[in-house]
Design a protein around this ligand. Structure first.
Ligand code: TRP
Length: 362
């Protein structure tokens, strides 16, 4: 068995820097490493509908945004299968069978779902579909026999739930499903990039995102108004690095060569931090540097996006082809699952013959 990747994103908006450092950038590296036999990247529209049931237009409009973000970051349809979740109905059937293997109380313990329920004020009336999306996610992962799920830390409970389902399924019905592992970002700061306002997470609903597709001027404004150290009032005051978003972003994005190129007064990030902590280095200078660092990363992505934007039908064609490939893959797993669960009645000649014999006697 080879190494197989499955991962994806909900199409509820354009992708932002949190997605990029948390998963997207890594996917492209893994894709280009040549170490994986198959790579499936999914636009999780069905999952997005579990908490946007009243707004299908939003999901529909954002499928192309996510696809453009994927392609502009360097996901290559020659190497990775890009597809849309709902176009693979086999996933839904798998989820229905997996539901028998999971308890309500187990779902209630999922910390990511718990905090999402809180954020959406769903406490009093949780949609069943939303509550069970970790099971659907187990279908996504297992349908492609994924060994590896590159994702951010918030996806850990989903992969854990998937592993439990795989274990349970295989022990009840026989060895059928592949046990997946999550692949977390290597860099600690990339685990969960804070929003520009310093809040724990970059999130569209909090309005604290820098999008991959932001124009330079938009991004510059966001960087210049970023949360820093509220007590660092005068330039000469000592500043604090911990919880200072600008430095968190520099930890995530700055590379050694950026200093020589954009800020030769400093040899590396440690020197900048030291000066800031000592006092005498103003926020504006650090922010201007961060802007240049981000622009160096995002300019090529933005440029590639503009190219793909010129031929939207071609992007849909890429997705359509990807869906066909994904569907064949999921159908083959579903066939194994049905056989393991003994729900392949018409294909089971032995069953029919045995019953025929029994009734012939009577
Ligand atoms: N839950 C993921 C998100 O919030 C999207 C997703 C759906 C996913 N199915 C998946 C991620 C399977 C990894 C593997 O963006």
């Amino acid at each position: 068995m080879g190494k197989i990747i499955l991962t994806g994103d909900r199409p509820t908006g354009k992708l932002h820097l949190g997605h990029y450092v948390g998963s997207l950038k890594r996917r492209v590296e893994l894709q280009n490493s040549g170490e994986y036999d198959k790579i499936f990247i999914m636009i999780a529209d069905a999952q997005a509908l579990t908490d946007n049931a009243d707004n299908p237009e939003k999901i529909r409009q954002n499928i192309i945004e996510v696809a453009l973000d994927y392609l502009s970051c360097g996901l290559d349809p020659q190497k990775s299968t890009l597809f849309i979740q709902s176009m693979v109905p086999e996933l839904t059937e798998l989820a229905f069978y997996y539901m028998n293997l999971v308890t309500v109380s187990r779902l209630q313990r999922n910390p990511t779902v718990k905090s999402e329920i809180q954020m959406r004020n769903f406490e009093a009336s949780i949609p069943v579909g939303f509550f069970t999306y970790p099971i659907s996610q187990a279908s996504d992962i297992t349908a492609f026999r994924a060994t590896t799920v590159p994702a951010g830390e918030d996806q850990m409970p989903m992969v854990e739930q998937t592993r439990e389902i795989v274990h349970k399924f295989n022990s009840v019905y026989g060895e059928t499903l592949t046990m997946p592992d999550i692949l977390l970002p290597e860099n600690q700061v990339c685990m969960r990039l804070p929003g520009t306002d310093g809040k724990a997470k970059m999130s569209k609903s909090l309005g604290n995102c820098i999008y991959l597709s932001d124009e330079p001027e938009e991004m510059r404004k966001k960087v210049m108004s970023m949360y820093t150290d509220p007590n660092h009032i005068r330039v000469q005051d000592p500043g604090c690095i911990e919880g200072n978003t600008v430095f968190t972003y520099l930890d995530a994005f700055s590379k050694p060569e950026h200093f020589a190129e954009f800020w030769p007064e400093y040899a590396n990030l440690d020197e900048v931090k030291e000066h800031y902590q000592r006092g005498g280095l103003g926020d504006v200078k650090v922010k201007k540097f961060l802007y240049k660092v981000l622009e160096a990363e995002l300019a090529p992505i933005r440029a590639r996006r503009k190219e793909f934007e010129k031929d939207i039908p071609a992007v849909y064609e890429i997705l359509k082809k990807g869906c066909a490939v994904a569907r064949a893959e999921a159908a083959s797993t579903l066939e194994d699952v049905r056989a393991a669960m003994k729900i392949n009645y018409f294909d089971d000649a032995a069953l029919i013959a045995e019953q025929a014999k029994r009734y012939a006697k009577g």
